[in-house]
Design a protein around this ligand. Sequence first.
Ligand code: NAD
Length: 253
Amino acid sequence: MMTFNLQGKTALVTGGASGIGFEVASLMARSGALVAINYLPGDPRGEQALATLKAEGLEAIAAPGDLSDPAQAETMVKEAVKALGHLDLLVNNAGTPGVTKPIPIQDLESVSEALWQTLLNVNLMSVFRCSKAAAASLKASQGAIVNTASIAGFGSIASTLAYSASKAGVINLTKNLAHALAPEVRVNAVAPGSVESSWAIEWSEERRRSTVAATPLQRWCTPDDVAELIVYLGFAGRMITGQTVIIDGGISI
Ligand code: NAD
């Protein structure tokens, strides 16, 4: 594991109670940062995440809010920044695959208007909403934003039509935000391949096996692999902005 010294730093992680979001919140807290964890109101994983950190002697701030709702997203960011005192890093990580068992449901024939709206609203619009609400604080602290995109956003992956388009939007928004917020704030994104999180655990044994077989580095990408890259882009990488860094064990090459 990489180690970072984040004493005195603060961060807000959306979708921070599980998977990649929890790993990045946890890595930053262990490195000395004060972290606010956003989660869907009523999701028991929010309290669990805070309790897990507390058991390790780490403090974190609860920041519940459904980011598909513009008003909740704005209020959540404003209250989190107030509780943190200032904001150095916003990690726009909340997302949904929009798929349920049995997958796939995003073929041209079957993808619905409602699913398109959900995916664009949660995966893309939430990034815009939270970034806008955090912009003044991030400028004041010369901070950074890191968005969680996906390799799906660079091309097409079978049966993820609307999800891929939402993540392509995140990659483009990353560049536009980088322009809009420069020179004070750097804005980057990570684009994971298949990550062993709550989604992939639901995959069939055969799909899991073939994914590893097709990956040059011959293993799954883990949430903490992605967390290290997010923290690097957020707090190091001082001449990097507007970029989306692929982290997929080489599967996309
Ligand atoms: P995850 O399901 O554990 O994390 C997503 C989190 O976002 C969950 O905690 C969920 O409750 C939260 N969320 C969903 N809708 C929300 C809303 N409206 N408001 C607030 N929070 C909301 O899965 P993960 O793999 O850790 O996903 C994190 C990010 O990584 C997502 O943006 C996802 O698109 C991206 N990603 C995942 C993979 C993968 O293979 N798992 C690959 C590429 C990119």
